[in-house]
Design a protein around this ligand. Structure first.
Ligand SMILES: [Fe+2]
Length: 365
């Protein structure tokens, strides 16, 4: 299967990876046919693209780093946690217990697949952004944590802080949070209070570890001391907060927002790298980018020798040098059964990826 931007989807193409609607209900199941009406729906919901199965990509396998089902369950429960915040009833604590249980499972799945890297373009929609984003930030934070040899309990505490990092936004007026235009200084000042609101709420109300809610307080601090709320810098910022901050920025950049289009993984990685020593600790940036494929499996790429194809496999020790299934030669002639391994083949040493925005129209089902 391969990733295809919504604008080149056509009726009759075959869905490679299930797509869900804004209530997390199945919209298009794996293997189903795309109809015209769905294309508009996908666009309207804010999908950048979806995974399609066709003959030339049939041997390309795209895997998430945690199971789909676990991810969706966690998104649903974190939605309940956030919505119940501030309602002062028992539902919140019950939902939090459920969240903790799911967090244990996420940590276990990620520890089982220690060698895994993020190798897909996340399918995200506008609605429920906060909830998807919270789960993504938790997964990415734990993944980065695994490279630092944190133990299971530390990873769990990190994940808990990460999934709740923006809970303080529930105390900010919706008219400010959802404002389309430019924020006034007062509104911006108010939004910047969300780390403190979240910290205070979690500290006073519920049983979550100190290291988790301190990370909530500090997740907008920057390595060079220009963040908020306390403008602390370097090691004064807790390790968990520093990790969450990288995951938070990366996931936000790769999401489609009403006011801007999502960046490609390679572009977001470049941004994160450029901010090493500024927003983030350079050592953590290095670990983070070793776990994220800039050219995820199923991405269409053009090479410096003019050949074009799809990424089939990525290697953690050579993240910019994937294995590629070539489908067009340097004269744009279709070819079959040719693979370039940029990491291993000496003859390809000078060949680089020059564009990863290639969108060849998929064949119909
Ligand atoms: Fe935040």
């Amino acid at each position: 299967m391969r990733f295809v931007p919504v604008n080149i989807l056509r009726e009759g193409m075959c869905v490679g990876k299930s797509v869900y609607d804004r209530n997390n209900q199945l919209l298009l199941g794996k293997g189903s046919l795309i109809r015209e009406s769905y294309i508009n729906k996908l666009l309207e919901m804010g999908y950048q693209g979806i995974y399609i199965e066709d003959t030339i990509s049939s041997d390309i396998e795209v895997k998430d780093i945690i199971h789909d089902e676990l991810r969706r369950k966690t998104v649903n429960i974190i939605k309940d946690v956030f919505v119940e915040t501030n309602h002062n009833n028992n539902d919140f604590s019950n939902y939090l217990i459920e969240t903790k249980l799911l967090m244990t499972q996420i940590v276990e799945e990620l520890l089982e697949n220690r060698d895994t890297i993020v190798n897909l373009i996340d399918l995200k929609i506008f609605d429920d952004y906060t909830f998807y984003h919270s789960v993504n930030v938790a997964v990415l934070s734990i993944l980065l944590g695994t490279t630092l040899e944190l133990n299971k309990e530390q990873l769990y505490n990190l994940g808990l802080g990460a999934i709740l990092h923006d809970i303080g936004k529930m105390f900010i007026d919706n008219s400010i949070l959802n404002k389309k235009g430019k924020l006034t200084d007062e509104e911006f000042f108010e939004i910047q209070k969300h780390p403190q609101y979240g910290y205070k709420y979690l500290k006073e109300t519920f049983q979550i570890p100190l290291s988790s809610y301190v990370a909530v307080l500090q997740h907008h601090e920057k390595y060079n001391g220009t963040g908020y709320p306390n403008r602390i810098s370097k090691d004064k910022i807790s390790l968990f907060a520093q990790i969450i901050s990288i995951a938070d920025v990366y996931d936000a950049l790769t999401s489609n927002r009403p006011y801007r289009k999502a960046l490609l993984p390679s572009e977001a990685i470049e941004y994160i790298m450029g901010n090493g020593g500024v927003m983030f600790d350079i050592k953590l940036v290095k670990r983070f980018i070793s776990k994220i494929a800039p050219y995820p499996v199923g991405t269409g790429v053009e090479l410096s020798n003019k050949y074009k194809g799809f990424v089939v496999e990525n290697y953690e020790d050579a993240i910019l040098r994937p294995r590629i299934k070539v489908v067009l030669d340097d004269n744009n002639k279709e070819i079959n059964g040719v693979y370039f391994n940029l990491r291993n083949e000496k003859s390809l040493r000078n060949v680089t990826i020059v564009s990863n925005n290639l969108s060849l129209t998929p064949q119909l089902c």
